[in-house]
Design a protein around this ligand. Sequence first.
Ligand SMILES: [Mg+2]
Length: 162
Amino acid sequence: MKLCVYQYLFSFLQEVKEAFFKEKTVELKGSFADLVTETDQRVEKLIIDSFKEKYPTHKFIGEESVADGHKCEWTDDPTWIIDPIDGTSNFVHSVRALGSAAVDMCMVALGAGEAYVEYGIHVWDIAAAALIITEAGGIVMDPSGIVLNVVSTNNNTHHICL
Ligand SMILES: [Mg+2]
């Protein structure tokens, strides 16, 4: 039986939900605020393995893969940008609060905020929310005022303003 993307996503969400209240193994990736758990790594691997099977020519840029040394490469091939758990700090501490750039950006898309500014953000932190902002009629730009294209740079760090 072939699964559709939504069925895959539901199974990944189930994986995260089940891990939410369990004891977590936490490691630092860079700074004290840049955390990774085994769930981040396992879910990203599940996503990539599942989607590679369904879409063998597609490419992947994953937060945890890049942290493990994989290059953030942009090609003309369809590319999935993956942040397996957006807000690992909240996940680790079982806090239900904002703390995700994507959620903050979606609050702007919703009209609950007029603007959002973030510096030193990664493509997996903003790719999906940038699409939501654009579809809602908003603009995502860099600090110089140029409309941000998340695939326009080989540098995986962006500065954004909404
Ligand atoms: Mg993450």
